[in-house]
Design a protein around this ligand. Structure first.
Ligand code: SAM
Length: 317
């Protein structure tokens, strides 16, 4: 795959994800002490965006917690594809006992330059090194980090055989329960590529689920404006054409080897699937009167779960 303008623009989205997380974490929507290390620019986001970022982060964390509880004793793996500058590994390692004390491995994969930037930033912050290396002396291999619990490596995830080889080389175990995360990643590639990635994951593991967060409904006026805004920055949501809505999301999972697929838009997840106490806590953080826009915005994002677990609903949502 030669580097394209689209790929360049896609890489830049790693930084965008950080802005929103820093803004909402600083206001107390959720705990994230580390995204701030990954960008020099800071922006206070609108309440609408902060609340939406909470919904996204809290939902993914809820599904990860559900995965931990579903396999309380087995060795497990979490694989984040297109992990960018996501700091959830640091959050779980520091704050979630069920994670910290578990026999598990967390893999993060992104393009070579994003992985290199992430490694550089980790090297500059002993807080991050301590969470990765614990008491051991930090050690870095060429272009990657590898410890007993955490691996950060580079790969263009569209090269699915290469992805499999690289992951297996660094210790991925195809026989244990595995959760794969693709958060705001698949929508940037065409649907042939995203389908191949999903099919590869379904084929690789016996016991696996994938959690995919991304935009949907590009064709109504609100969706069109969102797509145009991204395109103005050179970033096309190539996948949305063929996977435009919830049923297409589910079909992509089921057609590519997952036994079960289900999809909810983020408005329904926010309104009826998340912890009520947490929801009422965050509703008091900022004045909020953008209700109409909120409903519209949230219904343009979804989480789709594909699962080969015997009962996929156990993962939640
Ligand atoms: N998942 C992270 C999060 O939620 O914070 C980052 C999301 S960011 C919007 C999208 C990420 O996907 C970027 O870091 C980009 O480099 C990565 N990405 C997109 N296409 C990729 C590909 N073909 N191979 C590897 N990484 C890719």
């Amino acid at each position: 795959f030669p580097k394209t303008i689209q790929d360049e623009a896609t890489r830049k989205t790693a930084g965008d994800a950080c802005f929103s997380k820093i803004s909402s974490a600083e206001l107390g929507y959720f705990t994230d002490g580390y995204s701030k290390f990954f960008t020099k620019n800071k922006r206070k986001m609108m309440p609408l965006i902060n609340r939406g970022t909470w919904t996204r982060v809290f939902s993914v964390r809820t599904l990860v917690n559900n995965f931990l509880s579903k396999f309380p004793t087995d060795k497990i793996q979490i694989v984040s594809l297109g992990a960018g500058f996501d700091c959830n590994f640091f959050y779980y390692q520091e704050n979630v006992l069920e994670f910290n004390e578990r026999d598990l491995h967390y893999f993060e994969v992104d393009f070579e330059d994003i992985t290199a930037q992430k490694i550089d930033i980790i090297k500059q912050h002993s807080e991050l090194e301590e969470l990765i290396f614990k008491d051991a002396e930090p050690s870095y291999e060429e272009g990657m980090i590898q410890t007993e619990r955490y691996t950060l490596l580079s790969c263009d995830i569209r090269q699915v055989d290469d992805l499999e080889d690289k992951l297996v080389q660094v210790g991925l175990d195809k026989t244990i329960p595995t959760l794969v995360l693709t958060e705001c990643v698949l929508c940037y590639m065409n649907s042939e590529d995203s389908s191949q990635i999903i099919a590869k994951i379904a084929e690789m593991f016996a016991d696996v689920a994938i959690v995919n967060f991304e935009m949907i409904n590009p064709n109504d006026p609100f969706g069109t404006t969102m797509v145009e805004n991204l395109e103005a920055r050179g970033c096309q949501l190539l996948g949305l054409k063929d996977v435009p809505d919830e049923s297409a999301q589910v079909a992509r999972m089921v057609d590519n080897g997952f036994q079960n697929g289900y999809c909810e838009n983020m408005l329904r997840i926010h309104n009826s699937k998340l912890d009520e106490t947490e929801r009422s806590r965050i509703e008091r953080i900022e004045m909020f009167d953008e209700f109409e826009e909120w409903d519209l915005l949230q219904s343009h994002y979804c989480i789709c779960v594909g699962s080969k677990f015997s009962d996929s609903s156990e993962l939640g949502f």
